[in-house]
Design a protein around this ligand. Structure first.
Ligand code: C2O
Ligand code: CU
Length: 492
């Protein structure tokens, strides 16, 4: 096993101070930031082909449900403003970093350039600096639920867990399907927090970093147990994001199935009925719900799920993450009139089968001890090194990636920029074809995905979306090369 590079560990060391900084800065800023209190989410929609906004990352006192908390936030709200654009639009985000440490922004799932001032996660925006992100949503970009969050190695978990995350919605074809358009649209951003009595974030040291930090305060759109009312004659379209750092959500709505119409990367070919929905960190699901039971209030539940194998570590380390063994209520869905079953759409958007891949690669996911430094999380036995290219692919090719989890914990695998299709899990073909950018690889499981690299050369990353695992090394650099370097230019 290679040694973890020193710089990487220095960043990690620095990260443990933020909870303290938050506590201090938070109190100083209470007075001047009163105007940041807002109970309504800010929505920024593109106009005449442009979406431009000021976005500021802050630390201050915020209203979280019925509690006052000192948290990280974008524009004074948790979750951050919901951004909405259409294919072809130009996006300009005038970003200010008012955090006491560096940060940057990743546009999770968007198929946009990875260089310059677009989805370039190698940018580092120091404390107090401003930076303008600018990019165009490609004309052929699928409609879907995407999102933005910080992405500086070593600080990702801490900053996301502090509250930094927001939706980025691309409107398009899927939204124009009549039944989908007629549905009442609601968003559900799931985040968890760990606060002390005074509303300060718990420090990293007090959380279970190895398994991935979780908080016992679960919020839905920054609220506790909100209600979604379905109007008469309506379907509910619930667009869900798991913006938690490590927590998995196994969702189920009492007496109602979900009809899944879109996943991470956009629409399915037709709705898929499911009685429950497992969403790992970073995953999104777009579901329709029919109001066809007795009028009333139904609970949206989070069912128990064990993502960490027991015999792995001493019991002591595990205690904070012992999974709740009771269902928890996340929200409610209500309607007060029985409605003649509103029809579901029959067809959505075709999801083409991908042609054969030119290359197969293997990624083994596990963890290991590094003498004197503790546990690291690894791809193929290596922990992340900023300057090493781990995977080099050619533009205009397709690849099959075999993701093999030989460890005792589940790992949600995420790749930037290009969506993929899951072909099989443990050799069993996937039930339906879908565009994904996060896929759960359970302990002991092998998942095969196929990914086209059609545009955007440059360097980006893949990683575990349990962001503590990513910060502790489970990440690789991916370079996408234009031109056929391996075989000589002009040889294709
Ligand atoms: Cu949402 Cu690299 O992550
Ligand atoms: Cu992981």
């Amino acid at each position: 096993m290679k040694k973890i590079n020193r710089r990487f560990f220095l960043i990690l060391g620095a990260s443990s101070t933020i909870a303290t900084l938050i506590a201090q800065c938070g109190r100083e800023n209470i007075q001047e930031n009163k105007h940041f209190f807002s109970s309504y989410p800010q929505i920024n929609q593109s106009k005449d082909g442009i979406l431009e906004l000021d976005l500021t990352a802050n630390i201050n006192q915020i209203n979280l449900g019925n509690k006052q908390a000192y948290l990280l936030n974008y524009n004074g709200q948790i979750p951050g403003p919901r951004l909405e654009a259409k294919p072809g639009d130009t996006i300009r985000i005038n970003f200010t970093n008012n955090l006491p440490q560096p940060t940057n922004i990743h546009y999770h799932g968007l198929h946009i350039p990875i260089t310059g001032n677009a989805d370039n996660i190698f940018l580092n925006i120091p404390s107090g600096d401003r930076f303008t992100y600018q990019f165009q949503i490609p004309e052929n970009h699928p409609a879907g639920i995407f999102w933005y969050h910080p992405h500086l190695p070593g600080l990702v978990a801490e900053q996301l867990f502090g509250g930094l995350a927001g939706l980025f919605i691309v409107r398009g074809e899927l939204d124009e399907i009549p039944e989908v358009k007629a549905a009442s649209e609601q968003f559900l951003v799931l985040q968890d927090f760990a606060l002390d009595q005074q509303g300060n974030m718990l420090r990293s040291e007090e959380l279970s970093i190895m398994t991935g930090r979780e908080g016992n305060l679960i919020t839905a759109n920054g609220q506790f147990k909100p209600n979604f009312a379905i109007p008469a004659q309506g379907l509910l379209r619930l667009r869900i994001l798991n913006a938690s750092t490590s927590r998995f959500y196994r969702l189920s709505l009492e007496e109602h199935p979900f009809y899944l119409i879109a996943t991470d990367g956009g629409a399915l070919a037709e709705p898929v009925e499911m009685s429950e929905l497992l969403l790992t960190p970073g995953e999104r699901a777009d579901v329709l719900i029919q109001a066809n039971r007795e009028p009333g209030k139904y609970r949206l539940l989070n069912l128990p799920y064990e993502r960490v194998g027991m015999g792995m570590m001493g019991r002591g380390m595990m205690e904070r993450n012992i999974p709740e063994n009771q269902p928890q209520v996340l929200a409610t869905v209500s309607y007060d009139q029985q409605v003649a079953a509103v029809p579901l759409p029959k067809k959505l958007i075709p999801v083409p089968a991908l042609p054969e891949a030119q290359k197969v690669r293997r990624f083994q996911m596990n963890h290991g001890m590094i003498p004197g430094q503790g546990m690291a999380f690894l791809f193929n036995g290596e922990s992340y090194q900023p300057d090493r290219i781990d995977t080099q692919v050619q533009l205009n090719t397709l690849e099959d990636w075999e993701l093999i989890n030989t460890g005792m914990m589940d790992h949600p695998f995420h790749v930037h920029t290009n969506a993929f299709q899951v072909l099989s899990r443990d050799g069993k073909p996937e039930r339906y074809r879908a565009w994904k950018d996060v896929v759960l690889v359970k302990s002991g499981e092998t998942v095969l995905i196929r990914m086209p690299f059609r545009d955007f050369p440059g360097k980006t990353v893949y990683h575990c979306h349990i962001l503590d695992h990513e910060d502790l090394g489970m990440m690789g650099n991916l370079e996408i090369i234009a031109g056929n370097r391996e075989q000589g230019i002009g040889n294709s």
